[in-house]
Design a protein around this ligand. Structure first.
Ligand SMILES: Cc1cc2nc3c(=O)[nH]c(=O)nc-3n(C[C@H](O)[C@H](O)[C@H](O)COP(=O)(O)OP(=O)(O)OC[C@H]3O[C@@H](n4cnc5c(N)ncnc54)[C@H](O)[C@@H]3O)c2cc1C
Length: 389
């Protein structure tokens, strides 16, 4: 393999990186992944909306269908959902690998494992594309270092995005720490997830119990600090959780970071996609749908740029196009997040009470969309209850 032969190098072999590669037509693409296996380590709860499943190309790895949620405040509970399947639960390790296998069938794409990429400056301006390329990559593959200067670099390196940071695109952004335990031997209704909004157990986000089919669940939370201890406290002491999980046996522990907020996603010949670009829903932390859809746009823009030798500024259309799809929703989420996480337990109790007393569950079932929650939240919490969002 000659690393200098690629038009595009994508840093990160997660879903966003692989789907970007899949959508670059007629040009040589290398995907580098620092780990020895695609899809590991696990950093996800694996709950994906039906839109998300479609954008990801309906990969293998689905273990359960979800029809709704129990939402708990400290003293109230509502059950939303009906017979319609709203989401699927995935084994991310199986899913990510399946996407990579699908992508690898394309003869223009190679994948290199155990290869870590670092941004370097490009001083060679001799060819048409090099003239436009400020950035190159230093790739450390199994201890062997090589500097290379592809026409385009895609930073699909996830939440922490050292590539985005070293090019000064990703600046300071809120980062939540996730902790999750998969547990077996749990007797649970497999159709519904459980979501807990309770400041006694989690300050800055929410806690989830997601059934993975018969007998198995993922229990997790995100918070700004001390997530693992908070999760153990929840499992052992929350009245509903401790009862539901009384016979549960932990079988896998995982951690992960959740970026809240987006940045610019194009700088010269460097493009950011997926978590690296902050393509994540700030209210739920779901990133797979936005990331997959944006990756397709990214691949398409790169194809046009390379095929038609367009000016480098053309790449900025990627930033415009994905933001046209998701910016409004993310901006709403960022605003609502601030309001929600400043509410105390009493206020959250009152909101659920309002929904119960005004029979709004049916309305939520008919109008709710987990990929675009602004409509339903704006209507209930904004218009009906009167919070200024
Ligand atoms: C606790 C938790 C729960 C979540 N639950 C959900 C959920 O239920 N549903 C949902 O839709 N989203 C969820 N998310 C978000 C979801 O996991 C991400 O949005 C998604 O994984 C982003 O995909 P990606 O390809 O951008 O990044 P990643 O999947 O993180 O892939 C990035 C890849 O880049 C590699 N890499 C990083 N740096 C380098 C480098 N320098 N060189 C080479 N390789 C590198 C990494 O090893 C990794 O494989 C959750 C996140 C967390 C933290």
């Amino acid at each position: 393999m000659d690393i200098d032969n690629y038009d595009v190098i994508i840093v990160g072999g997660g879903p966003a990186g692989c789907i970007t590669g899949e959508n670059i037509k007629n040009h040589k693409v290398l995907i580098i992944e620092e780990h020895q296996c695609i899809g590991a380590p696990l950093q996800c709860a694996g709950l994906i909306s039906m839109n998300g499943v479609k954008e990801l190309g309906a990969p293998k790895g689905c273990v359960n269908d979800i029809k709704g949620a129990y939402i708990y405040s400290q003293n109230n509970t509502i059950k939303v959902g009906n017979d319609e399947i709203r989401a699927k639960v995935y084994e991310r390790k199986v899913m990510d690998k399946d996407i990579a296998i699908r992508v690898s069938k394309n003869k223009n794409i190679d994948i290199l494992l155990k290869a870590h990429g670092k941004i370097i400056e490009n001083k060679d301006k001799s060819s048409f594309f090099n003239k436009n390329s400020n950035y190159g990559l230093s790739i450390n593959h199994n201890g062997n270092k090589h500097n290379t200067f592809p026409k385009i670099i895609v930073s699909a390196d996830g939440a922490k995005s050292f590539i985005g940071k070293s090019a000064n695109i990703v600046k300071k952004r809120e980062m939540l720490a996730g902790a999750q335990i998969e547990m077996a031997n749990v007797d649970i209704d497999t159709d519904f997830v459980h979501v807990f909004l309770d400041r006694r157990y989690c300050n800055d986000f929410f806690i989830w119990i997601i059934p993975m089919g018969k007998d198995r669940v993922r229990v997790g939370l995100c918070d700004s600090s001390n997530s693992y201890n908070k999760l153990l406290n929840f499992i052992n002491n929350h009245p509903v959780a401790s009862n539901l999980l009384k016979n549960a046996v932990p079988i896998e522990f995982s951690t992960g970071a959740l970026p809240i907020g987006y940045s610019k996603s194009v700088k010269n010949n460097l493009m950011l996609v997926g978590d690296s670009a902050g393509q994540i829903k700030p209210i739920s932390g779901g990133g797979l749908y936005y990331g997959a859809k944006s990756a397709k746009i990214c691949g398409e823009i790169i194809t046009n740029y390379l095929s038609e030798e367009l000016p480098i500024n053309y790449l900025k259309n990627y930033d415009k196009r994905w933001k046209l799809q998701f910016k409004k929703e993310i901006d709403f989420g960022l605003k609502f997040r601030k309001i929600l996480y400043n509410m105390n337990n009493k206020t959250v109790d009152k909101i659920l009470e309002f929904i119960i007393q005004n029979n709004l569950v049916e309305y939520i079932n008919n109008n709710g969309d987990m990929d675009r929650p602004s409509t339903i939240i704006g209507e209930i919490i904004g218009s009906k209850i009167g919070f200024k969002i």
